[in-house]
Design a binder for this molecule. Structure first.
Ligand SMILES: [Zn+2]
Length: 399
């Protein structure tokens, strides 16, 4: 495959990089648009009310009312202007970020070859991005911020997005739904598009907590206000929720016991995380893991999980880290198999012949000769511990 084709393939994997600021821009624009529409409606109706009052009033009060109206309108216009200014700054940031990210991908397409210094520089930035992304997902914000600043890639990573997600996840872990409900409000159209029931689940959880604390009056009010209106879509859940009023948290009835289960808070965290990734076009798995798995799938062979057949140079054979990560991956497709020396991990071929010991085990010529040179011609089979003289080894032929 030519370098340019490979680079196009790499660019194809970077959809999230471009889509994240675009989604953020769309959201910021929608929020400011809604705000303007709301404020404009209030301004228009209050102006109309005042004008109606002025028409009815006598001449002496007209002037005072008009001044009051102008003062009121002016204050509201001031607030609206400030809000629009903030939205404009936010939108400008996302536009700038989109430009920088597109430029970053364009840089790759303009790289002359994989051996060029330009590609090494691009790959270094890419590696920094992957590491910062991983740290952000793991909640190591200070380290991630420091690394992003040092590498000058603040506009290529999504620090604010992950900070906000962390704040919401922490709130859920503290058993507070308010922050996540606010997020649902800001992302209502995105959640609708993916048919998410996160908001309903959050409301249900707030209701369950009221029942748990046996605050039944508040629970009934909450049920009527937030859950009953969802009965057209979540009828069964609303019915079960209503019946929950008759049960105490210590109930053994499975259906109601599961609603009181504290692990529902962990499920909310998981659902929020998944919805947040989908809405923002982020991959659910960190890029670091995806990249590692892509590399590992190219190395993995059926031998990696056989203790007697492992290769000292193969990271997958080292079962402690990569072997676990690679467990669910397919084996690499090898058209031709090759013989690898168990002692050195080197490939055995015409330059380094496979040599058989009298017990039938085969090792590379270089490994055995090296062992013999260090032990007065004595060879010790690493598998059985049996000793032989170097003169006893024979060439092995594979058919
Ligand atoms: Zn292996």
């Amino acid at each position: 495959m030519s370098d340019s084709k490979k680079f196009e393939g790499l660019v194809g994997l970077e959809q999230a990089l471009v889509k994240v600021p675009l989604e953020q821009f769309k959201r910021a624009f929608k929020v400011s648009q809604k705000h303007v529409e709301k404020e404009w409606a209030v301004l228009a109706s209050s102006a109309a009310d005042h004008l109606a009052k002025i028409e009815k009033a006598d001449a002496s009060t007209v002037r005072d009312d008009a001044l009051k109206l102008i003062d009121g309108l002016s204050a509201r216009f001031g607030a609206l202007k400030k809000k629009l200014q903030e939205s404009k700054e936010e939108e400008a940031l996302y536009i700038k970020r989109s430009r920088i990210r597109l430029q970053h991908l364009d840089d790759l397409l303009n790289v002359p070859s994989q051996d060029s210094p330009a590609f090494t520089r691009w790959s270094k930035t890419q590696l920094d991005r992957v590491l910062v992304d991983y740290m952000l997902r793991e909640g190591c914000f200070e380290t991630a911020k420091g690394m992003a600043a040092e590498a000058g890639i603040q506009d290529l990573v999504d620090i604010e997005l992950f900070s906000q997600s962390k704040m919401i996840e922490d709130a859920l872990k503290r058993r507070s739904c308010a922050e996540c409900l606010q997020w649902c409000k800001e992302n209502s159209s995105g959640l609708k598009k993916i048919k998410s029931n996160l908001e309903f689940n959050l409301r249900l959880q707030e209701y369950v907590e009221l029942v748990r604390s046996q605050n039944l009056t508040a629970a009934i009010t909450y049920l009527k206000k937030h859950l009953t209106p969802c009965a057209d879509v979540h009828l069964k859940e609303v019915q079960v929720a209503a019946a929950l009023l008759a049960f105490e948290p210590s109930t053994l009835c499975v259906r109601y016991k599961s609603l009181f289960d504290p692990s529902r808070w962990d499920q909310l965290v998981t659902q929020f995380r998944a919805n947040n990734c989908t809405i923002n076009n982020l991959t659910t798995q960190p890029m670091l893991i995806t990249s590692l798995q892509a590399g590992m799938a190219a190395l993995k062979t059926p031998m990696c999980y056989q203790p007697d057949a492992q290769n000292v140079h193969c990271p997958i054979c080292d079962g402690k880290v990569y072997g676990i990560l690679a467990e669910k991956l397919p084996n690499a497709h090898h058209v031709n198999s090759c013989l690898v020396c168990r002692i050195t991990g080197d490939i055995m071929n015409e330059d380094n012949l496979p040599m058989a010991l009298p017990n039938g085990y085969v090792y590379s010529q270089k490994a055995l000769e090296d062992m013999a040179a260090r032990n007065d011609g004595i060879l010790t089979c690493p598998r059985t511990g049996t000793q032989f003289h170097v003169s006893q080894m024979r060439k092995a032929f594979a058919i």
